[in-house]
Design a protein around this ligand. Structure first.
Ligand code: FES
Length: 580
């Protein structure tokens, strides 16, 4: 046990459940004994809640049944008492209409699990896209010692010797199938080989982006986010996590001791250097607001102007997360960033970021580039504004055809996703390669849940002409594994009457990424008339969680959190329950 211990057993939060001499604690002790434990197991020990998002319906977390045993082993070894607590999983491939609808529900569940049970600290087990921000957002509000255990990426996909990447190759080969350049048999071969091991998506999608961001923030063990799920070092990291969280409880090292404006700047910088998912904007803003740190879209744009892309990982680059790990992983990439990071920040490991990355090395300088050989010198992400997006919109220029970054073309408008699906491939659709495809009602309230529809499909007749990228605009998000000249997160969204709601077929839209502009070239008079005629759509929900979500979700530029959950008042800890 650490000699620097700051807490005594009597000061543990769980002491109020287990240590008091009263009738209620008799119940707690006797019911713990009912489960086969004795006082030697739990007496005077930190109780570690392991919030596990394992589920039969989440393919990215299949190994969590085994990993949780490894976390428990570490906790036992370090003198803690592990309690596994299942929490709702957010399974990206299966949950409809979108996992984003439920991120805040997971955050509420994680917070209330920690509040209502005798947890002294917690290990959060997540990785599949929204599980990471959901778990962290919840834990930040309780501010108990916290370690996030990332699921780790799956191994490279394989199809007859061709390396396949999650998401990216799905879109790519789906377009080829629609264009008639691959067969149905090819397509089925891709289907069986693209996801062939436990772990989350292995391109630089939302999962790897967010697990990396959480490591940079100092909430995971250094080096943990890059380890492939199937690698035995992932299991070793799990038991290390169990051992470390017990020490963190004794040392009372909490997220509020680690998270600062500078640590969020570091996380944003690394996300940019990874050419990470645009979803990170929404999640990091939500996490920062819960941590009491001001972070807005403007800061992402400022940092993007100076941050090079160093990770040569799909979809922006060539390799996959397995290659990134072998090349040195996230710690090596952070070393390459040098003075772009504030490495004086603390981490949950009890050391600074500088100490955490000191021994890191790059083993393949094509996968992890230096600042001199960067994949993209800067501006891998841009925040756009204009009369079409007064509160901002986002584009990932590094994933787009460069010829489209300054573009003006006529709108082809779809009122919602059903309209898009019904008409996009019609032979008589009036569209050319210069058109700007617009999708409305795909935002936080409109879809609902702001699904990853933002990589709008290219019309089939243009695909057959060889067109592979066009300017596309929506208030949706886009999978981090997607690519294209897609303007996303338009705020305010069309469903609440944002200017996107007023766009009509044939309107000229001007995109100018270098100048950060997105404008609808329609006169103010015409727009005023259209606004007067606009009517608020019928609400999606009249009861239940959807009703709560619809009334309280914030817009994309504010993180899509619930307005009643996001801010801590003066970083005060929510009150613990009374134990009667
Ligand atoms: Fe789980 Fe991509 S489906 S991370």
């Amino acid at each position: 046990m650490s000699s620097s211990r700051r807490k005594s057993p009597e000061q543990l939060r769980s002491h109020r459940w287990y240590g008091a001499k009263d009738l209620r604690s008799f119940g707690h002790r006797s019911r713990t004994m009912q489960m086969g434990y004795t006082a030697a197991d739990y007496g005077g020990k930190p109780v570690i809640a392991i919030i596990n998002t394992w589920s039969d319906i989440n393919p990215c977390h299949t190994h969590f049944k085994q990993r949780v045993e490894e976390v428990k082993r570490g906790i036992w070894q370090a003198g803690g008492f592990p309690i596994e607590m299942p929490a709702m999983t957010l399974s990206e491939p299966f949950q409809k209409p979108t996992t984003m609808l439920y991120r805040n529900l997971l955050a509420m569940e994680a917070e209330e699990l920690l509040r209502s049970y005798p947890a002294d600290g917690c290990v959060l087990m997540g990785g599949c896209d929204k599980t990471t921000p959901g778990l962290v957002m919840g834990a930040l509000m309780m501010d108990l010692p916290t370690l996030f255990l990332p699921a780790g990426p799956m191994l490279r996909g394989d199809w007859n010797g061709t390396v396949l990447g999650s998401g990216s190759d799905t879109w790519k080969y789906w377009a080829e199938l629609r264009a008639g350049t691959i067969t149905e048999a090819d397509w089925h071969g891709i289907e069986s080989g693209i996801a062939r091991s436990p772990g989350h998506c292995m391109t630089m999608g939302t999962a790897s982006t967010m697990t990396s961001a959480v490591e940079v923030l100092g909430l995971s063990l250094p080096g943990s986010a890059s380890i492939p799920a199937a690698d035995s070092r992932h299991a070793q990291m799990a038991s290390d996590t169990g051992r470390r969280i017990v020490e963190m409880v004794w040392d009372d090292l909490k997220p509020s001791d680690v998270l600062t404006a500078a640590s969020f700047d570091n996380a944003v910088t690394v996300v940019l250097a990874l050419s990470g998912s645009t979803n990170a904007l929404v999640h990091l803003i939500a996490m920062a607001r819960r941590a009491g740190v001001d972070l807005d879209l403007g800061r992402f744009d400022e940092l993007a102007r100076r941050t090079p892309v160093l990770a040569n990982v799909r979809p922006a680059g060539k390799y996959l997360m397995e290659d990134f790990f072998y090349a040195g992983g996230l710690r090596a990439l952070m070393r390459q960033l040098g003075d772009l990071l504030d490495t004086s920040q603390r981490t949950a490991a009890g050391i600074t970021l500088e100490e955490a990355i000191a021994s890191a090395r790059v083993f393949n300088d094509d996968v992890i580039r230096s600042r001199d050989t960067a994949l993209v010198a800067c501006d891998s992400l841009a925040v756009l504004r204009g009369n079409l997006a007064p509160s901002g919109a986002v584009i990932k220029p590094s994933a787009a055809d460069p010829s489209l970054l300054v573009h003006c073309g006529p709108a082809v408008v779809f009122e919602n996703y059903a309209d898009l699906a019904a008409r996009i491939d019609l032979p008589d659709l009036e569209v050319s390669r210069d058109s700007v495809i617009v999708l409305k009602n795909a935002g936080p309230r409109g879809a609902p849940g702001m699904p990853e529809w933002g990589q709008l499909p290219i019309p089939k007749k243009l695909l057959e002409q060889g067109v592979r990228d066009m300017v596309r605009i929506s208030d949706a998000r886009m999978s981090g594994t997607s690519y294209g000249a897609c303007v996303l997160h338009v705020a305010p969204e069309s469903y609440v009457g944002g200017p996107l709601a007023l766009v009509q077929d044939g309107d000229l839209i001007e995109l100018d990424v270098p100048r950060r502009k997105l404008n609808l070239l329609v006169s103010d008079d015409v727009l005023a008339k259209r606004r007067a005629a606009w009517r608020e759509p019928v609400a999606h929900f009249d009861r239940g969680f959807g009703w709560l979500y619809d009334r309280h979700v914030t817009q994309a530029d504010q993180g899509c959190d619930f307005d009643f959950m996001e801010r801590q008042t003066a970083r005060s800890r929510p009150k613990d329950p009374q134990i009667y």
